[in-house]
Design a protein around this ligand. Structure first.
Ligand code: NAD
Ligand code: UDP
Length: 323
């Protein structure tokens, strides 16, 4: 019998490493691909060296090595059942530091990942993002909203690369009938976020635990809705194995202002930090909250981990890595 293999790009990242662990525990063989631009091998510590888990360090946007199946080291006797395409710098600090790489990964990388799925007759899942809605004029955001994106602003390298990736994914579905899925992932948090990735949560924990000033960009009234990693992994798995081909929002609809989030983290950390108000980030979305009705209806999924529980678990992780 052929081995059932799942190829995961971005495997050494925050979401990728958690997803690889879940898929591996479900009995699949995994080929994890990553160029480590923002990921870390230590995220895969529980899997590296395990039978049926293979890690390949390559850039998915590189043509020759990526498009050719052999180069991705998928053995001939293996049956690739799914390609999960998570590779992409994801935090604003990362994609602003790597603008061209981000665009290349969303375009060329998505193309090569889709080609692998097509040539293997495998299903395909794209990790898209709530950023496709830009600074939304509709609130909360449902999947029918086309978004409000500045196509030439600094964030466009990420937003437009994901919008292109969605368009390419739908084209492969329509033209080649590839069984594609698009997850529009909203802000996700938990253990293995990089302390220095510049996002609100790692910054607030790092600053609070060190009793340093907590950086608030703008007035802190902008909102986000934070989903704990375990819930996100469950949502991604349900979507992957579903019959759905249209984009689906995955996120926790509990909305919070950034100032409120910072206060909660400060309190949880028993910190004496003060808030330091800094200029707002350019094109920063003023509000964001997923409408997850479709995920609830189509996938039977909704988040179960409250922010209180999720933040406490995440704090334990950050405490363990702050020396
Ligand atoms: P991450 O930076 O931790 O993981 C991304 C991984 O992709 C990293 O390991 C990185 O090294 C790898 N990578 C990037 N470009 C690559 C390339 N060209 N070739 C090979 N590997 C490459 O980020 P994350 O938070 O785990 O995000 C994973 C995916 O989910 C991304 O596609 C991101 O856009 C999407 N997403 C994440 C969030 C979130 O809140 N974390 C929200 C929306 C969407
Ligand atoms: N933010 C902040 N201080 C920080 C980091 C982020 O006030 O140290 C704000 C940021 O401007 C944004 C929100 O927190 O309004 C969420 O930012 P993050 O980078 O976590 O995610 P994204 O902007 O991608 O949703």
């Amino acid at each position: 019998m052929k081995k059932k293999v799942i190829v995961v790009t971005g495997a050494a990242g925050f979401i990728g490493s958690h997803l690889c662990e879940s898929l591996y525990n479900d009995g699949f063989e995994i080929v994890g691909i990553d160029n480590l631009i923002t990921g870390r091998l230590e995220n895969l510590a529980s899997l590296l060296g395990s039978p049926g888990f293979k890690f390949i360090q390559i850039d998915v946007s590189e043509p020759v090595r990526s498009v050719e199946r052999g180069a991705w080291s998928v053995e001939r006797e293996a049956e690739v059942v799914a390609v999960v395409h998570l590779a992409s710098p994801a935090s604003p600090k990362d994609y602003l530091a790597h603008p061209i790489e981000t665009l290349r990964t969303g375009s060329f990388g998505t193309y090569y990942a889709l080609e692998l799925a097509r040539s293997s007759s495998a299903r395909f899942l794209l990790a898209s993002t709530s950023e496709v809605y830009g600074d939304p004029l509709k609130h909360p955001q449902d999947e029918s909203y086309w978004g409000n994106v500045n196509p030439i602003g600094p964030r466009s390298v990420y937003d437009e690369s994901k919008r292109f990736a969605e368009a390419l994914t739908m084209a492969y579905h329509r033209k080649y009938r590839v069984d594609t899925k698009i997850a529009r992932i909203f802000n996700t948090y938990g253990p293995r976020m990089r302390l220095e990735d510049g996002r609100a949560l790692p910054n607030f924990f790092s600053q609070s635990l060190k009793n340093e000033p907590i950086s608030i960009y703008g007035d802190g009234k902008q909102t986000r809705s934070f989903c704990y990693i375990d819930d996100m992994v469950q949502g991604l798995l349900k979507l992957l194995w579903s019959g759905e081909n249209e984009p689906i929002n995955l996120g926790n609809p509990e909305e919070v202002s950034i100032l409120q989030l910072a206060s909660e983290i400060k309190e949880l950390s028993l910190s004496s930090s003060e808030f330091k108000f800094l200029p707002p980030a350019e094109d920063d979305p003023s509000k964001r909250r997923p409408d997850i009705s479709r995920a609830e209806k189509v996938l039977g999924w909704k988040p179960t981990v409250t922010r209180t529980v999720g933040l406490a678990r995440t704090m334990e992780y950050f405490k363990s890595i702050i020396r």
